[in-house]
Design a protein around this ligand. Structure first.
Ligand code: NIG
Ligand code: FE
Length: 392
C-alpha cells in the first residue's frame, strides 16, 4: 500500500505531548498526517509535510484519534424499554432486569445475535468509534457464554468473559460461582482477553467482594486479564479489589470513598507501569437517574480516567461516545480536552493498548474527522452527528 498524505486539517489532536503544543492533547493547528500501511508515519505542521503518492484534503476539519469505547455489552437480544420508562418515573435500578435480557438472548439464534452485534458496532463507527470492548454476560450457561464470546470475537479482539454478571434466576450462588470459575471459564477463556465481574454487594443479583475475588483470580490463572464493574450502586469493595488484583480498569466508580480515590491515584498507570484506570460511564447515570461520579475530584487527585458508553439494554442503551463527552463536560466537571483524552488515550490505557488512542508515529491509522474546526465542538454541539471515522 502506498502512503497517503492527509491535509486540510484545521486542528489535529495527536495525544502525543512531544508533538505540537506540548499539552496532553499534543495539538497541532494547520496540520498534516502521513499514513502508511495502516499506521501513522508522520504527524506535524502542514508546511513541513513530506511529499507522498496520494493526497486527501479534509478542507479545514479537525482530526482526533478514533474513539476507544472500552466498555460495552453488545451481544444481547430484545430490549428493556419498559424498564427504562419505569425508571424515568421513579423506579430504581438494581440489576434485576438483567434476567429478562438473559432469557431473550438465550432464545435468539446465532445469526440474529451476530447481526445485531454487528449493527451496534456499525452504529458506533458512524459516530467516530474505531475500537470497542465487548462483554459476554447475557448467556450465563457454559454454552451461552461461550457463544456470546464467539460472536463478540467476530467484531473485536477486546472480548471480555462476564459469566459473573448476575446469579441466574433459580441458581444457587455458591454453585454458580463454582461453575463460573470452573467449566464455564474453561469454555470461555479461549475466546476472551479479559475477565470481568459485577461486584456489587448492594445488589442481591450481583457478587460480593469475596465472590468477585474468586472469579478474578480464576480468570487470571486461566490467562485472562482482570477488569471490574465496581461501586455502581453503592460504595463497596470493587475499587480496592480491582487495585489489589492489578485490574486494568474499574468501571462505573459512581460511589467512591476518599480511600477509594487514594487507592486509584496510587495505582494510576505511569510510563513503564501498567496500572488501574477508573472508567466512568455517564450514560448510565443519565439513563438510571443516578448521581454522576465526581470526575473532577478523580482527575484532580491524579487518577487516570477513561470514559466509555457501557452500551447495554438495561442501564444505558446508547452507542454514542460524543454523548458521553458532552455529559462528562456538562455534568461531571471535565474540560472538553480532558473528556476527549479520556475517550481516546484513556480508553486505550483501560485496554492496555499502546497502538490506539493516539496519532503519534507508529499508531494505528484510526482517524476520526469532525465536521468542525476544533475538538471543542464535540461537547459544544451535543446531539449533532459531527464525528465520522475516516476510511483511508
Ligand atoms: O454495566 N451493572 C452491570 N451490568 C450492566 C448493566 C446490565 C443490564 O442491566 O442489562 C452495567 O450497567
Ligand atoms: Fe457494564
Amino acid at each position: 500500500m502506498s502512503s497517503v498524505l492527509v491535509t486540510g486539517i484545521a486542528e489535529l489532536v495527536t495525544n502525543d505531548p512531544s508533538v505540537g503544543d506540548g499539552s496532553p492533547l499534543g495539538l497541532v493547528e494547520r496540520a498534516a498526517l502521513v499514513l502508511d500501511a495502516g499506521r501513522v508515519a508522520w504527524a506535524g505542521p502542514a508546511a513541513q509535510a513530506p511529499i507522498t503518492d496520494t493526497h486527501v484534503d479534509l478542507g479545514g476539519r479537525a482530526v482526533v484519534p478514533g474513539f476507544v469505547d472500552s466498555h460495552s455489552h453488545l451481544v444481547f437480544a430484545g430490549d428493556r424499554a419498559r424498564e427504562f420508562e419505569a425508571r424515568m418515573t421513579g423506579a430504581r435500578y438494581d440489576g434485576g432486569g438483567i434476567v429478562t435480557t438473559v432469557a431473550a438472548t438465550r432464545a435468539a439464534p446465532d445469526e440474529l445475535l451476530l447481526a445485531r452485534t454487528r449493527a451496534l458496532v456499525a452504529e458506533m463507527r458512524a459516530q467516530g468509534t474505531t475500537t470497542v470492548e465487548v462483554k459476554s454476560g447475557y448467556g450465563l450457561t457454559v454454552a451461552d457464554e461461550a457463544r456470546s464470546l464467539r460472536i463478540a470475537r467476530e467484531v473485536t479482539a477486546e472480548t471480555t468473559f462476564l459469566g459473573a454478571h448476575v446469579v441466574p434466576a433459580g441458581a444457587d450462588r455458591d454453585e454458580y460461582v463454582a461453575l463460573v470459575t470452573g467449566r464455564m471459564l474453561e469454555a470461555c477463556a479461549p475466546h476472551a482477553r479479559w475477565v470481568d465481574v459485577f461486584c456489587e454487594p448492594a445488589s442481591a443479583h450481583a457478587f460480593d467482594g469475596d465472590e468477585a475475588r474468586a472469579v478474578l483470580q480464576a480468570g487470571i490463572a486461566a490467562g485472562l486479564l482482570p477488569r471490574v464493574h465496581g461501586n455502581q450502586l453503592s460504595a463497596g469493595p470493587g475499587v480496592q479489589l480491582a487495585v489489589e488484583v492489578g485490574a486494568a480498569s474499574v468501571d462505573h466508580c459512581t460511589y467512591l470513598t476518599s480511600a477509594d480515590v487514594d487507592a486509584l491515584a496510587a495505582a494510576a498507570p505511569t510510563s513503564g507501569r501498567d496500572g488501574t484506570v477508573a472508567t466512568l460511564l455517564p450514560g448510565v447515570e443519565f439513563s438510571t437517574r443516578s448521581p454522576y461520579p465526581d470526575a473532577r475530584a478523580l482527575v484532580d487527585a491524579g487518577v487516570t480516567v477513561a470514559l466509555a458508553t457501557d452500551c447495554n439494554p438495561g442501564t444505558c442503551y446508547t452507542s454514542s461516545i460524543p454523548l458521553v463527552v458532552a455529559l462528562a463536560v456538562r455534568e461531571m466537571g471535565m474540560s472538553p480536552a480532558e473528556a476527549l483524552w479520556s475517550v481516546t488515550a484513556g480508553g486505550a490505557q483501560a485496554l492496555r493498548r499502546g497502538d490506539i488512542g493516539h496519532l503519534g508515529v507508529g499508531a494505528k491509522a484510526d482517524l476520526t474527522v469532525l465536521e468542525a474546526p476544533t475538538y471543542r465542538h464535540l461537547a459544544y454541539r451535543p446531539g449533532v452527528p459531527i464525528a465520522k471515522v475516516l476510511d483511508v
